[in-house]
Design a protein around this ligand. Sequence first.
Ligand code: NDP
Ligand code: MG
Length: 386
Amino acid sequence: MVGVSVLGISGSVGSSTVKVLRQFRDQFSLRSFSVHSNWEVAKILISEFSPEVVCVTDPKLVGKFGDKFGSTNILYGDHALIDLVKLPSVDVVVTAVVGARGVLPTIAAIEAGKKIAIANKETLVTFGPLINRLVAKHKTLMVPVDSEHNALFQLIERETRSNIRAITLTASGGSFRTLPIEELEHVSVKQALNHPTWSMGPKITVDSAGLINKGLEVIEAHFLFGFSYDEIEVVIHPQSLTHGIIETRDGACLQYTSHPDMVYPIAHSLFYPNPTPQMLIERKPSTWKTLEFFPPDTNRYPGLTLAYQAGKAGGVAPCIFNAANEEAVALFLEEKISFTTIPRLIESALNQVKNEFPETLEGYLEKDKETRNLIQSEFLKGGVTT
Ligand code: NDP
Ligand code: MG
């Protein structure tokens, strides 16, 4: 039995992980998990899986559900995520919380020698150099859950590295791929959350609508696979069937294609390095009538250009990009700023917060905080927010 911990089990990736755990009950045992506030989901999963420990992270709920539910211990607060991942019975940690707050439990899991199935891309984007140093030091097995990166991981390991010329991430184009650009200024939150092909949490769905999710993923791919930014390409692929492509020096393009369902990459990351057994959902290439690919329109998606700029600048620039985006998307979801203000705020932060190359976690956390404060004060001033 492989012991599993899921951080953020009540979210979109968390729910897909539960589907996989249900299908392979004889091979995986859910030992711990967290929710932020969704106690209803927590109760159902505690009754079903009897984990050792569950954590509720929302500070407003501390102590509310007691310290035991059946035989399961209930812990509270962000810090308890570290206790969840360090349990001796846990072998693999699925990081499915949203935002850069995933960093401390991820570091704890690496230091405790666990395998990491990483969905929480903001952690890798923000703290990439630091996480990579720790992964190398502890010889951590880190498998990407993000569908494009999981696809690329599988393709890259089948090819001789020196024969790979470039890697390509596909993007659906998000909710506004065909909307006239001048209308983007006035789109509603409801429209932004209406993703054409994937069902995901609200933050990543808004990120996808402006291709900022793809920008984060370009940086994520750089840190995961070590390709330079000039070797990482993005194509719009509205069908979301092909997730990653590698281009070899001999001129071939090898692509990974599957139904857009997170159960595939999650199952792969849980079973790896063993092969995934037969899944519930069948792959039927005969139903995939069209596979279209075209380059992204940089006027429609300025956030993607900013992500490349931040990635190439290095240092804390990706951290600034991510923190500004997290704050801006939260403001958009609260209907306080327009959709097109999101990239404007990111650009403003990249221009104003000084880039540095810190050695420590604290150095990154300071820049993360400085950026978030800047976005809040820009918003209050109303400068770039209209
Ligand atoms: P969701 O918003 O659906 O879920 C987020 C999870 O994190 C929930 O369990 C939520 O708990 C918890 N959470 C929310 N706020 C906090 C907080 N302040 N502290 C701790 N936990 C918190 O997100 P997704 O599942 O869509 O995304 C999770 C991560 O995976 C993101 O980094 C995303 O970029 C990445 N990802 C997602 C994909 C997808 O298909 N959804 C695909 C690839 C990557 P509660 O429910 O109680 O609020
Ligand atoms: Mg993705």
